[in-house]
Design a protein. Sequence first.
Length: 151
Amino acid sequence: MIEARFGHVNLIARDWQSLAAFYQRVFGCMLVPPERHYRGRDLSAGTGVPNAALRGVHLRLPGGSADGPTLEIYQYEQELDAPPSVANRRGFGHLAFAVDDVEAARSTVLAEGGQAVGEVVTLTTSDGRHVTWTYVRDPEGNILELQAWSK
């Protein structure tokens, strides 16, 4: 087994500044300086993207320590379009945020330019706990889960 610690999740944005501001306003993510600006042979070699150049930031996720984990939001100079995110596509699915009030958090995301994916529902888990949750999209279409577990 590899000894590891979770470091970050990466989102590729159309507008990294706007998307980073959304996560700071809505979820209280904190900027981890410095702003990143990368380009050149090593970036291209590491990413496999010819002539790669990107800009962006890391945001400390709520509930984490000073060492992370972070949400890394980058914007490439040359980007590829992607199909809209859907909940049942293989690969990366969503980011989940634990919140006190799912309905209120959903309303805030929608007011800040997000979109609804599903309804707010409450499920009973196999161990008898209850979780209220919903899926929404951030302003760039990435799926977020908002969840609140029963005490």
